[in-house]
Design a protein around this ligand. Structure first.
Ligand SMILES: Nc1ncnc2c1ncn2[C@@H]1O[C@H](COP(=O)(O)OP(=O)(O)OP(=O)(O)O)[C@@H](O)[C@H]1O
Length: 498
């Protein structure tokens, strides 16, 4: 079962001509959750000096296979080998001792502890007298290497950090060395909360790590990142690997096709509409330029992550919802980006998580019409392909991307005239994104207003008008054809339009 292979595209192999053995190899792994086959016979070997990109639709099994490789999940069937040795017992401890590290899609640091204390928890060998000093050195060194100029103080509690900063700390933690050097680092959607600049810093570090002989498994729905960084791309579909080729043999189009999604050009373009006479429906004064959104407009919030965009969305939401008397008709709906913190109700079913946003519509004399509730949820399940066999299942039984779809459905299915979206596509697959873009276009055309913060430039460029944030204030407003990546970056970094 253990494979000794020669990978001509692996730098380490091509330099030495050596025959390499896999750092970790999973053979014929099967994992089921009830009736759901999360993995249906997956075989995957990770060689030294390669970055393996893993792509697939939401619920394809990507997080499940990395949990197996990371030792957090024991497959119901199949074998695991490492460095040529078949392992009868494989768990997190064994994986860590062999240099396997994982950055999870749902961030996993303890929010009530500082960055230093979290480092100590991850690196057990750091214990003993003077551990704080040693832990500080380990994490600060790694942060400086991966994200030069990061500005994160390691004495701060993780709970005080923005979601982007938390993601940076997790990534730096995975690459840090406190005795056992990282050999295989698994990154499950590591850039989902990072802006373009931070994502590029991380990708640059991944390339250097791999060039030096390290290995990375890189999961992302941003295909361009995968194509430019991975040496090999594996496509998963419904719990199986359906394609496995060198990245130079892939194009964005062929990857999307292989995932089973059809790229629709139309949904990916900004609609040309005349909104000159449309009334202003949302307004907020300062800091910086005033914020205004018109009826039927899609307004983007851009700029480097953590520069005040989420705060602005919160303010807009508070302004519409702070009445003492609850309104029957919601005036604003919110799609949370940090879904675990303020999006999902973890103990509730998928159905209840969906319908909580439209109980006003679904209630008659204080009683929920359960047939109407189920009908509406089933319709949205179909429309944006929420992958579950039963809407009564708990929300946490869904993959991360499918949870995010439920949050979308919750907001889009209301009649609120304004929808606020806080980087809402985190973890959503390419095919579903196209569906959601199309729904946004249609709803905007019929008069709904969207205020959309996104860390993905492609999405910002879909907006009618964009406010660029810097240091907590709006520093520029771009409209129509002026909404380009070049202009947004120029304003983000210099504070003046290009
Ligand atoms: N704890 C669980 N209980 C029940 N089902 C689960 C559980 N964890 C995962 N699943 C199911 O297993 C399947 C694979 O999930 P997985 O998280 O591996 O998908 P994924 O490819 O990582 O998706 P995404 O891109 O959305 O993160 C999904 O159908 C999911 O609903």
């Amino acid at each position: 079962m253990v494979r000794a292979a020669k990978f001509p595209w692996s730098t380490a192999a091509s330099m030495t001509g050596d025959t390499l053995t896999a750092i970790v190899e999973v053979a014929d792994a099967k994992v089921s959750f009830g009736a759901v086959k999360a993995l249906d016979g997956v075989t995957l070997a990770i060689m030294p000096g390669e970055c393996v990109g893993v792509v697939g639709h939401n619920g394809a099994g990507k997080s499940t296979i990395v949990s197996v490789i990371n030792g957090g999940l024991t497959p119901h069937q199949g074998n695991i080998s490492s460095d040529g040795e078949r392992l009868a017992r494989y768990g997190i401890g064994v994986a860590r001792a062999r240099g396997v590290r994982c950055v999870f899609q749902e961030l996993s640091l303890c929010p009530n502890l500082t960055v230093i204390e979290n480092t100590r928890i991850l690196h057990r060998d750091l214990g003993g007298f003077g551990w704080r000093k040693r832990a500080r050195k380990v994490i600060e060194r790694s942060l400086d290497l991966v994200f030069p100029g990061h500005g994160i103080e390691s004495d701060r509690s993780v709970g005080e950090l923005s979601i982007a900063e938390r993601q940076m700390v997790e990534i730096a933690m995975a690459f840090s060395d406190a005795g056992v050097a990282p050999r295989l680092v698994i990154l499950d959607e590591p850039t989902s909360s990072l802006d373009a600049g931070l994502a590029e810093q991380m990708l640059g570090y991944v390339r250097r790590f791999v060039d030096a002989g390290g290995s990375v498994i890189f999961i992302s729905h941003i295909l361009n990142e995968i194509l430019t960084t991975a040496s090999r791309i594996v496509v998963m579909k419904d719990g199986r690997i359906v394609a496995d080729r060198r990245s130079i043999d892939w194009t964005e189009h062929s990857v999307v096709e292989s995932m089973g999604s059809v790229a629709k050009g139309e949904a990916n373009r900004r609609a040309v509409r005349d909104l000159a006479g449309a009334p202003v429906v949302v307004e907020q004064i300062g800091p910086g330029l005033p914020f205004r959104a018109k009826r039927g407009e899609v307004v983007g919030l851009a700029g480097l992550a953590g520069h005040g965009q989420t705060r602005m969305l919160m303010k807009l939401h508070a302004a519409e919802t702070s009445d003492w008397l609850a309104r029957r008709e919601a005036t604003v709906a919110f799609v949370a980006g940090d879904r675990r913190l303020n999006g999902v109700f973890e103990l509730w079913s998928i159905l209840k998580n969906f319908s909580i946003g439209s109980l006003g519509d679904l209630t008659n004399r204080g009683v929920v019409d359960v047939a109407a509730e189920m009908e509406r949820a089933t319709d949205w399940k179909r429309r944006i392909d929420i992958r579950t066999q039963d809407l009564a299942n708990r929300i946490l039984s869904l993959s991360g991307g499918n949870q995010q779809k439920v949050l979308f459905a919750r907001a889009l299915s209301t009649r609120a005239p304004v929808v606020l979206m806080d980087d809402p596509m985190r973890g959503v697959d390419v095919g579903t994104k196209q569906e959601v873009y199309e729904i946004i276009r249609q709803q905007a055309a019929s008069g709904r207003t969207f205020v959309w913060y996104s860390t993905e430039m492609e999405e910002v460029c879909l907006c009618d008008r964009v406010y660029v944030f810097r240091d907590g204030a709006i520093v520029a407003e771009l409209e129509g054809d002026a909404v380009t990546e070049g202009n947004i970056l120029a304003v983000s970094f210099r504070g003046a339009a290009a």
